[in-house]
Write a protein that binds this ligand. Structure first.
Ligand code: S3P
Length: 444
């Protein structure tokens, strides 16, 4: 929610080996989609393993505001009684999406082809982020947005009265924009075609197919073309949300950085559209094992085992960016302890995340005694081949992943690293500090 909690500083200190099993919470992307598609189905969808982070709780509240019944049966176990495609009611009040770009953008898509109006807002971070990338393509369906300069929140979206099918090629490699367009296409009669020049996470496509939508995906010279037939009746599902590879990245990285560590992380989603970070770790020389690869909840998963490793800097190619877009902050922290430079290219999208993540990591790393270089779309970290000096406070900038990255780095720093406000961690990984402490991390 957008009311600012009091800042909660947290400090990480050099720690002994990290050892044990890390139970990672449910995938954030899949959790948002499970609630939204559940709300658009006719009947009761049951979800287990739902991430109960603030971002997802805000989406659950939004789905109630649009008329769905959303109930919690127990930890991670939720039931959603949907209203059907086109059945959203007009919310009585402003929808507050808190810190969540995924939440607000997917919700805009889900309501864009229903003739209702809703006013959407979020916290100070979300109100700074660009929404035109979603509202402009949604206008092709006939939806109209009235927002602040640059399409920023708060904004009122008026859904199309008579939407038609749309053919659209995405201007940015963004799963949020793609998903908003696909959710909007559900409400338009006929077949819409959305083309993405660069593949991004495909949870929406997988889940739409699971809910019974008629969807076909084709790889063409222009990119990945997704054709979706509008106005289906979506069939409720029983969904098991896999564990989030983006959250798993933190204990895995911490284990790689802290001498003598061995951490086991069971049941992590290794959907290829999300696994770029793990590929990069391998290239850096990480001792990382993928055990018992299997399928769960429609996603490939495996158990990860990470052991302390002397890492080498690498060059991360731009085409890998979409498959590890949320992992660059923790990669940058890890790169600071690796031998040599790590160069991340094609990462301009990092500038419009919960914070400008290049700037946030660059300033924090410099304060910790690490040399960095940046351009608009690249970021270089000059690794020290061991613990960083630390002894600084990093600004989290309302960004959960910046906060967690500096806390992990503090475990491999000579002097403690403090994060000025760790409260945003609750958006995606509420148990982060407890889980890390249970592994042996000195965080307090
Ligand atoms: C997400 C897509 C990514 C990612 C975000 C979650 C999603 O954003 O950074 O954390 O669930 O679709 P973009 O689509 O803007 O790259």
């Amino acid at each position: 929610m957008s009311h600012a909690a009091a800042p909660a500083p947290l400090t990480a200190r050099a720690s002994g080996p990290l050892r044990g099993t890390a139970a990672i919470p449910g995938d954030k992307s899949v959790s948002h989609r499970a609630l939204i598609l559940g709300a658009l189905a006719v009947g009761e969808t049951r979800i287990s393993g739902l991430l109960e982070g603030q971002d997802v709780l805000d989406t659950a509240r939004a789905m109630r505001a649009f008329g769905a019944t959303v109930e919690r049966d127990g930890p991670g176990c939720w039931r959603v009684s949907g209203v059907g495609v086109g059945g959203f009611m007009e919310p009585e009040d402003v929808i507050d999406c808190g810190n969540s770009g995924t939440g607000v953008r997917l919700i805009m898509g889900a309501m864009a082809t229903t003739p209702i109006a809703a006013t959407l807002t979020g916290d100070a971070s979300l109100r700074r982020r660009p929404m035109g990338r979603v509202t402009e393509p949604l206008s092709l369906f006939g939806a109209r947005a009235f927002g602040r300069a640059g399409g920023r929140l708060p904004l009122t979206l008026v859904g199309a009265k008579n939407p038609g099918p749309v053919e659209h090629r995405l201007a940015v490699a963004s799963a949020q924009v793609k998903s908003a367009m696909l959710l909007a296409a559900l409400g338009a009669p006929g077949e819409s075609a959305i083309t993405e020049p660069t593949p991004t996470r495909d949870h929406t496509e997988r889940m739409l197919a699971g809910f019974g939508a008629a969807l076909a995906v084709e790889a063409t010279a222009e990119g990945r073309v997704i054709r979706l037939m509008g106005q289906p009746e979506l069939t409720p599902q029983t969904l098991a949300v896999p564990r989030d590879p983006s959250s798993a990245a933190f204990p895995v990285a911490a284990a790689l950085m802290v001498e003598g560590s061995e951490v086991f992380v069971p049941g992590v989603s290794l959907n290829p559209t999300r696994a770029g970070f793990y590929e990069t770790l391998r290239e850096m020389g990480a001792d990382l094992a993928f055990e018992d690869a299997r399928e769960e909840g429609g996603e490939p998963v495996a158990d990860l085992r990470a052991r302390f490793s002397a890492l080498k800097g690498v060059e991360v190619p731009p085409e890998r960016a979409p498959s590890m877009i949320d992992e660059y902050p923790i990669l940058a922290a890890l790169a600071a302890t690796a031998e040599g430079a790590t160069v991340m290219r094609g990462v301009e999208e990092l500038r419009v995340k919960e914070s400008d993540r290049i700037d946030a990591m660059a300033r924090g790393l410099e304060a910790c005694g690490v040399r960095v270089a940046e351009t608009r779309d690249s970021f270089t970290v000059h690794g020290l081949g061991g613990p960083v000096p630390g002894g600084a406070t990093a600004a989290a900038r309302l960004d959960h992943r910046i906060a967690m990255s500096f806390l992990c780095l503090g475990l491999a720093a000579t002097a403690p690293i403090t994060v000025d406000d760790a409260s945003p961690i609750a958006t995606s990984f509420p148990a982060f500090a407890d889980l890390m402490r249970a592994l042996g991390a000195d965080i307090g």
